[in-house]
Design a protein around this ligand. Structure first.
Ligand code: G3H
Length: 194
């Protein structure tokens, strides 16, 4: 059976500052993860000639993929992080202070809440459909380097988790989730690289 490896990008400069969205580069810690990830992937997929690396179109995932050698890399806009609309680039504290109503509505229903001029989790789940179809079609392993909200949705699909849980699934940085689809169902392994 072929594995699907899911991981968030290495820590970004905006992660360090607590800012959501944006298109920042990765921090030194993020770069260290990128090198560890490359090492892991090159060993784990050594004999997998047809494997591929999928990223979003945002710098932090492309930079995280960059040390990985020997596999084609494909960028998907559908793998970009949830669009926080008018809140893009803000910290949760700033949103709470400047737009308390928005902050409260999101807290009440994180799955359905749509950022003004941005997206909801339901929107993200919907735009991931072509990615999921293509993942299902692949015969070779795929490494997906994406973002917290997107990976919650992808993971929930493969792990068969209910819709309402999706926005709350734990998706730590610097950890690889390996999904194996076999005849007996889905198996999962986690590798915490740092
Ligand atoms: O920048 C967006 C975050 O990765 C999404 O996290 O949906 O828990 O606010 P959240």
């Amino acid at each position: 059976p072929r594995p699907i490896l899911l991981t968030r990008h290495g820590e970004s400069r905006d992660n360090v500052r607590g800012r959501i969205g944006g298109d920042s580069v990765i921090s030194d810690t993020g770069e260290l993860y990128a090198r560890k990830l490359a090492n892991f992937v090159e060993k784990r997929l050594k004999n997998e000639k047809a494997a591929s690396i999928w990223t979003s179109t945002l710098q932090r995932t492309i930079l995280t993929a960059s040390p990985i050698a020997g596999f084609p890399k494909i960028q998907w806009r559908a793998l970009d992080e949830i669009n926080a609309g008018v809140c893009d680039g803000m910290t949760y504290e700033e949103i709470n202070k400047n737009m308390p109503d928005e902050y409260e509505s999101r807290k009440k229903d994180k799955l359905r809440y749509r950022y003004p001029r941005g997206e909801s989790y339901l929107d993200v789940i919907q735009r991931l459909e072509p990615v999921i179809i293509e993942l299902e079609r692949q015969r070779a392993p795929v490494v997906v380097i994406s973002h917290q909200a997107v990976l919650r949705a992808l993971y929930a699909y493969f792990a068969d988790r209910p819709l309402k849980e999706i926005p709350h699934i734990e998706m730590p940085l610097h950890t690889i989730i390996e999904i194996q689809m076999g005849v007996t169902g889905v198996q999962e392994k986690r590798y915490k690289l740092m």
